[in-house]
Ligand binder design. Structure first.
Ligand SMILES: Nc1ncnc2c1ncn2[C@@H]1O[C@H](COP(=O)(O)OP(=O)(O)OP(=O)(O)O)[C@@H](O)[C@H]1O
Length: 235
């Protein structure tokens, strides 16, 4: 849940009563989740607890049995598939564990492609992609995407997620494939984004040092999203 002081209109994500079942198991059982603009939430949980399934529901790629998912003020569970896809492109940026960049394209083309797919004109898409890569310290041209370091690759993936100025950023194990130094710098970058871009950030991670950077830490256990008390708050 978002802090009680956050007005509803500042919520970029509000999921209520989510239920998702697979044969023999309920992965989400009246799960509740809110993310406000400018805030970050981390979700941890045992392997197989349903964290990726939760992200798939938020992306509109899996359909919960019941519940609502308001993203940027609209309930995606009530939309037709085509509209969900457009709403996702316009309002959500996604960062994956292995960056998932296209090696056939340059770094700047990878980022610009997301803007072109969202309907921006070519000149604007490339200008914005170059600015973002520059800001995030990634060589935009001259280095092939396959030759970027692990940290640069993940920063390029962050640039691609930001290029359409999404209300909500989702990240699935964004530091899972990185060494300690890059984990720290990508973690620092990710958690600086909500304030700088006035977006909400939801990070799914196994890394408790990453989760500890979030404004709110939830654990998915037996279908429920439960608040994890920080060590600082517990003492
Ligand atoms: N469509 C499906 N049909 C059957 N089983 C599924 C389906 N989707 C997910 N599962 C199962 O549901 C469980 C939760 O999967 P999910 O990938 O969401 O977990 P997770 O918490 O992200 O795990 P990990 O931390 O290991 O990535 C797993 O046991 C998975 O095999």
């Amino acid at each position: 849940m978002a802090p009680p002081s956050v007005p509803a209109e500042q919520l970029v994500l509000s999921a209520r009563g989510l239920r998702y079942e697979i044969p023999g198991r309920t992965l989400l059982d009246a799960a509740e989740l809110s993310v406000a603009a400018g805030h970050s939430v981390a979700v941890t949980g045992p392997s197989g607890s349903g964290k990726s399934t939760l992200l798939m529901c938020l992306l509109g790629l899996a359909e919960p049995k019941s519940g609502s998912i308001d993203i940027a003020g609209e309930d995606i569970t009530r939309m037709r598939a085509g509209r969900v896809a457009k709403h996702r492109r316009d309002n959500i940026g996604m960062v994956f564990q292995f960056a998932e960049l296209l090696h056939e394209l340059s770094p700047v083309e990878n980022v610009a492609l997301a803007a072109l797919l969202a309907g921006r004109d070519r000149k604007d898409a490339f200008r914005r992609a170059e600015e973002l890569l520059d800001e995030l310290g990634v060589p935009a041209r001259g280095t092939a995407t396959a030759d970027l370091s692990g940290g640069e690759r993940q920063r390029a993936a962050v640039a691609r997620a930001l290029v359409n100025e999404p209300a909500l950023l989702l990240a699935d194990e964004p530091t899972g494939a990185l060494d300690e130094e890059n984990r720290d710098s990508v973690g620092q970058l990710l958690f600086s984004l909500p304030q700088r871009w006035n977006c909400g950030l939801l990070v799914v991670t196994h890394d408790h040092s990453i989760a500890a950077r979030a404004d709110e830490h939830l654990e998915l256990r037996q279908g429920k999203l439960l608040a994890v008390r920080s060590e600082a708050a517990a003492t």
